[in-house]
Design a protein around this ligand. Structure first.
Ligand code: ATP
Ligand code: MG
Length: 342
């Protein structure tokens, strides 16, 4: 029986993914919190998302992350602790928490990870940070120690991270401050333009998840309920896949341009290794049908999609937790207290 509890935590702007070693289970919940009158926590995770865009004015439903970064430390701490409780009733004497984190964090941002996992039952926890491109690479099976240049694109909800691994480390990383949420906004705008209907963000996200894709054979449409742009009254409308995909394509093309510029600026030897190997794609947006084929045509380079998509980082953390040889990728978040000299 495993006595010590170890958790892997991938905090995304859209979803929190947590791996528990004791249970050998992954919990996936929306990164949301519902707060009444600014101080009473009503719900977190999927329960809070159920209230999103439906709750009265005195209940605020929001994500404690923004653009892949921690936006509200207090709220995130509550979300994390309550979700960990769903996986484990007893954390043991000294639980270990591994966080996958974005590259290029400031000291303040690093400290925030420390803060959210240092209170309550986690006060004796040991906290480690692992760079997200590394955990993605482990899940993708990239030989980190041998590669001469491997490129990973992590397309999340509010951020997209372009990174290159070579010489046993992440050598370049570029964050883009948008992801699937930008597609949702574009879908909302296109439905308003083409159907004269205001739809909610949740509805836009649902339409994208159901119909977004490149060169899909079958034509599709969905019945939606929204607010008429002229009368201001609720009414039904029909949204076709063409309306969704026009919007989606605009955002993906924007990403393609960024990827092309990034590749052009990569040193030639590394670029040739990337082109030879193909670019790796992870993150929830990779569920867009035929996205890899489209990107491959646009960038003129093979593109391989991770089998885990949005769960890639958490499977990488699981690899680290379950293989001692990989622990070297984890850096303690708490700097050791220096001995005082008197
Ligand atoms: N079937 C689907 N088709 C298209 N997009 C999808 C699909 N399923 C999920 N998504 C999108 O994937 C995104 C979530 O991906 P992911 O879990 O990787 O993001 P995150 O890690 O929470 O966010 P971030 O990395 O930006 O902090 C959301 O924008 C979601 O709408
Ligand atoms: Mg993510």
């Amino acid at each position: 029986m495993i006595l010590q509890e170890m958790f892997g935590v991938d905090l995304g702007s859209d979803t929190v993914k947590i791996y528990s070693l004791k249970k050998d289970e992954i919990l996936i919940e929306k990164n949301m919190i519902a707060v009444r009158n600014k101080d009473e926590v009503l719900a977190v995770g999927n329960d809070a998302y159920e209230m999103y865009e439906k709750a009265p004015h005195n209940i605020e439903v929001s994500s404690p992350m923004s653009g892949g970064m921690i936006a509200n430390i207090g709220h995130l701490e509550v979300v994390l602790h309550l979700l960990l409780r769903k996986l484990s009733r007893h954390f043991g004497s000294r639980p270990i928490v591994y966080f996958s984190v974005p590259m290029n964090m400031t000291e303040i941002e690093k400290r925030a990870y420390n803060t959210i996992a240092s209170g309550g039952d986690l006060r004796k926890s040991r906290i480690y940070l692992v760079e997200r491109p590394i955990v993605n690479a482990l899940a993708l099976g990239i030989p980190i120690t041998k590669t001469k240049g491997s490129m990973i694109i992590d397309m999340g909800a509010q951020s997209t991270e372009l990174s290159i691994i070579a010489d046993n480390r992440v050598i370049i990383s570029k964050p883009l401050a948008y992801g699937g949420n930008r597609i949702d906004e574009a879908v909302m705008a296109n439905v308003r333009k083409k159907c004269g209907l205001h739809i909610s963000r949740r509805m836009a996200s649902r339409l994208k998840n159901a119909m977004a894709g490149f060169s899909r054979d079958k034509k599709e449409a969905r019945k939606v309920i929204g607010i008429d742009a002229v009368s201001g009254l609720p009414r039904e409308g029909i949204v076709t896949d063409t309306i969704v995909n026009e919007a989606m394509r605009r955002i993906v093309n924007q990403m393609c341009e960024e990827i092309q510029v990034f590749l052009e600026r990569t040193p030639p030897q590394i670029r040739s290794s990337i082109v030879q190997e193909g670019i790796y794609l992870t993150g929830g947006c990779t569920k867009i049908t035929n996205l890899s084929a489209y990107l491959s045509r646009r960038i003129e380079c093979a593109v391989k999609t991770s089998q885990y998509s949005d769960l890639s980082a958490i499977y990488g953390l699981k690899e680290i937790i379950t293989h001692k040889t990989l622990w070297r990728w984890a850096v303690p978040a708490r700097s050791k207290r220096r001995k005082r000299k008197f």
